[in-house]
Design a protein around this ligand. Structure first.
Ligand code: ADP
Ligand code: MG
Ligand code: MG
Length: 499
């Protein structure tokens, strides 16, 4: 895949471990003023900075690092320098956030649309079926959410061929890295402030990242609207969480900037400690809950027994503000993303023609697998497609030859099973050269980047209190890797250098 020189990152400096520095060939170095010594100094400074400033995750090789804070930390994997990103595309991505927020809200209110769009998925995907069953129950009860809170992240890649910004997906549950993405932007601004003169880079071109303060503000405002000063925000967590510091960043801002207390509980704990009062108040461990913020519950593995499903249902039935509600969760599924990309569907939910055009412009090709022509095409040219099940959290998609094999097999043996998936145009993003730092070691790699834009939406009955774009996340991974998750071990945290 060819590189585009104009978008090529400034960071193509060949760096090898210290002992091999003599072998470095600087003939292709576009930054002649950067000596290997200076680069080592930068990496060293960056590593110290991450440790002093909480750009950390739990170290999986150490016991308790996923359960006890302050024990067994390692710096989050990061890119030494930010990735070049065109200003126009940066603006475009930011502008889309409030439009997607509004779209999610509108779609979530159409229970019939959600049920119908997911009806065939439900038959072959037990996880989606369980979510839909909770959704059905809420529809039957005529449950109304007066206050809704969405903390989303819409992810994009820059298509190398067309130079279009294309959406990968929209996350409506457990959108992660609002905390650490801000810290990595600060790291880059700090490094460029110090070393920018040698690199001919200006730290002001790394946008200040407001993700964590934006999310904290939205959670705090929701908490306020709930109007019970003794109530808490509950963070629904996995029993083991190596990305806990990302979450603690948010809790810290809630506490220190807004005076809001958070508690952390697993789904199983909520099942045993949770209780619904007749007026709908959710009590957990005797504490009234104003806002339920899910950082778990998006994957089948989060529900190992009926206990977790009971907790999810209990929370949904309560009057607490759910971030997200079951309908917001379902709106974020890949199947709904694909349905919304069909002709004339956006028009059902939004009135503003400009907004609709802006959304459509960032949609990649998306297909359901009831179309035998597209199945045939994907079997013939699988490298042009990604096959996606209804899953979150990275590592679930199917690429290349596996697409051909699965489609061929299902087409012959189990046609219904095809409904578990959607098919998406494979995006080939602009490639760069990056210095990736992982566990204190740096590597130069050819990489691709994914830009996530956070969005916060708060509505109280028919009053929209907040509809903001707030901050961003960049994840950079080696070009040869298919998946992109940082937590899943594929990517590093990054930020952008706007130009
Ligand atoms: P998840 O909800 O598991 O994060 P995604 O749709 O974001 O699912 O896919 C995971 C990763 O796979 C993305 O971060 C991206 O790196 C890669 N990916 C997803 N869709 C595409 C696509 N259409 N083209 C290229 N890469 C993709
Ligand atoms: Mg996702
Ligand atoms: Mg994703």
């Amino acid at each position: 895949h060819s590189k585009s020189p104009s978008l090529h990152r400034l960071k193509c400096v060949q760096v090898l471990p210290k002992q091999a520095l003599d072998d470095v060939n600087f003939a292709t170095n576009p930054l002649p003023s950067v000596s290997p010594d200076l680069l080592h100094q930068m990496v060293y400074d960056a590593l110290v900075w991450t440790s002093l400033n909480g750009l950390v995750v739990g170290d999986r090789s150490l016991k308790k690092s996923g359960t006890v804070p302050g024990v067994g930390m390692v710096h989050a994997p990061f890119s030494l320098l930010p990735v070049n990103f065109p200003e126009s595309h940066w603006r475009q991505a930011c502008e889309l956030a409030p439009i997607f927020n509004e779209l999610v809200d509108r779609v979530s209110l159409d229970g019939k649309f959600l049920q119908e769009a997911l009806a065939r998925t439900k038959k072959v995907d037990a996880f989606t079926r369980r979510l839909l069953e909770i959704h059905s129950k809420m529809l039957e009860m005529n449950k109304k959410e007066e206050i809704v809170l969405g903390l989303h992240r819409s992810d994009y890649m820059l298509d190398d061929r067309t130079k279009n910004l294309l959406q990968i997906e929209l996350n409506t549950i457990s959108s992660s890295f609002a905390g650490l993405s801000c810290v990595v932007s600060e790291l880059h601004r700090t490094l460029l402030n110090q070393y920018g003169k040698y690199l001919e880079l200006d730290f002001n071109r790394v946008p200040q990242n407001t993700a964590v303060t934006g999310f904290a503000k939205a959670l705090a405002q929701a908490w306020k609207d709930y109007n019970n000063s003794r109530a808490v925000v509950i963070i629904v967590v996995q029993p083991e969480e190596h990305n806990m510091y990302d979450q603690h960043w948010l809790s810290m801002f809630l506490r220190e900037k807004h005076g809001v207390r958070t508690i952390r509980r697993t789904l199983a704990q909520i099942d045993s400690e949770g209780q619904l009062l007749p007026d709908g108040t959710l009590l957990v461990d005797g504490c009234a809950v104003a806002v339920i913020y899910f950082r778990a519950g998006y994957a089948p593995s989060d529900y190992p027994s009926e206990s977790e499903w009971r907790a999810r249902l209990l929370m949904e039935q309560s009057s607490a503000i759910k971030c997200p509600s079951i309908s917001y969760h379902l709106t974020g599924t890949k199947k709904i993303q694909q349905e919304l990309a069909k002709p004339n569907i956006l028009e059902r939910f939004l009135e503003n023609k400009d907004d609709i055009a802006k959304l459509r412009k960032c949609f990649a090709g998306l297909w359901s697998l009831d179309d035998s022509n597209i199945i045939k095409e994907a079997i013939e040219r699988p490298e042009l497609f990604v096959l996606k099940p209804q899953r979150e959290g990275g590592g679930n998609n199917i690429y290349g030859n596996d697409v051909r094999e699965i489609l061929t097999k299902l087409q012959e043996e189990d046609f219904e099973e095809l409904n578990a998936y959607i098919l998406m145009q494979r995006i080939f993003p602009v490639a760069s050269s990056s210095l990736l730092v992982r566990e204190g070691i740096f590597h130069q790699e050819e990489t691709i980047s994914e830009l996530g834009i956070y969005g916060a939406y708060l509505r109280n009955k028919d009053k929209v209190i907040m509809n903001d774009n707030c901050g961003y996340l960049v994840r950079t991974k080696v070009s040869s890797s298919n998946e992109g998750g940082v937590a899943a071990g594929f990517a590093v945290l990054d930020s952008i250098y706007v130009n």
